[in-house]
Design a protein around this ligand. Structure first.
Ligand SMILES: [Zn+2]
Length: 81
């Protein structure tokens, strides 16, 4: 894990010294373990969220749930708007 991290830092440092190159098969590795390819100036990218684990997707159900509770709360206490 630590070895991977330092290798990634070296990659970042190297990137600034070389000409930007465009990779059509850049690998994106998410912190959740999901991998997919994209187009990027980096051959390898590490991201903390992706469409697989982004709060917009994983938290959608919970957000709707909260909204429902607010509606019930308003009705219960007769709060308008
Ligand atoms: Zn992810």
């Amino acid at each position: 894990m630590t070895g991977e991290r330092s290798a990634f830092c070296q990659l970042n440092n190297m990137k600034e010294k070389i000409h930007p190159k465009y990779y059509n098969d850049a690998v994106v590795i998410c912190s959740c373990g999901n991998k997919f390819t994209t187009s990027s100036t980096k051959k390898e990218l590490k991201v903390e969220v992706c469409s697989n684990c982004h709060p917009f997707f994983t938290g959608e159900r919970r957000m709707m749930d909260t909204a429902g509770r607010v509606e019930r709360f308003k009705k219960r206490y007769k709060i308008e708007g």
